[in-house]
Design a protein around this ligand. Structure first.
Ligand code: SAM
Length: 172
């Protein structure tokens, strides 16, 4: 049987795109952007300010990072596993003249030891894998999660309506 190369190429691209888009589900969580209102509340809850370094684990389109820089005047960065989201956030940062530290890779291997605030909207499975590393951050580092909480840690603040949980290293 003769291979139709153009059709095979298009099929390959479509499959690659599907794979790239869906595999984050198994790595931590699928892309589901946090509403801007909730992002603002997460950063306010953590009392983000110009002295902070905000780090988003799985930054999606980078909205938490960009708001931290633009509205809260913090330094910010993050890691994202999905290359298309990563490239889009890089382009947006360039267009806006911002310089966040954006990394392509997995949250589990990322170095976020500089962070004073870590934001997380990942599954409970991802929480389990990140817990030890988070607990080892500098004392006073704030960790804000949306929707998923750490079952054995005591949050210092909870916003029940927005399902936000604030933890502080040293008071876990
Ligand atoms: C629920 S979305 C949250 C996006 C963004 N933080 C927000 O609040 O709008 C989860 C994001 O994490 C990414 N992700 C999933 N597993 C990851 C992992 N192990 N390391 C880094 N990023 C991951 C997904 O590709 C997706 O963009």
């Amino acid at each position: 049987m003769a291979i139709n190369y153009p059709v095979a190429f298009v099929l390959f691209l479509a499959l690659a795109f599907l794979f790239i888009s869906f595999w984050p589900v198994f790595a931590g969580a699928n892309w589901q952007p946090t509403s801007m209102n909730r992002v603002r509340s997460m950063l306010k809850m953590a009392n983000a300010n110009k002295d902070d370094y905000v780090y988003d684990l799985g930054f999606g389109d980078g909205r938490i990072i960009f708001m931290a820089i633009e509205e809260f005047h913090a330094k910010a960065g993050g890691v994202e596993i999905e290359p298309i989201k990563f490239i889009a956030a890089k382009i947006y940062a360039k267009w806006k003249g911002l310089e966040p530290d954006l990394k392509l890779g997995s949250a589990y291997g990322a170095d976020f030891s500089r962070a004073t605030i870590v934001t997380i909207f990942l599954s409970s499975f991802a929480h389990k894998l990140l817990k030890k590393k988070l607990a080892g951050l500098k004392k006073g580092t704030r960790i804000v999660t949306y929707y998923w909480k750490f079952p054995d840690w005591k949050p210092v603040k909870v916003d029940k309506k927005l399902e936000l949980y604030l933890y502080e290293v040293g008071k876990l």
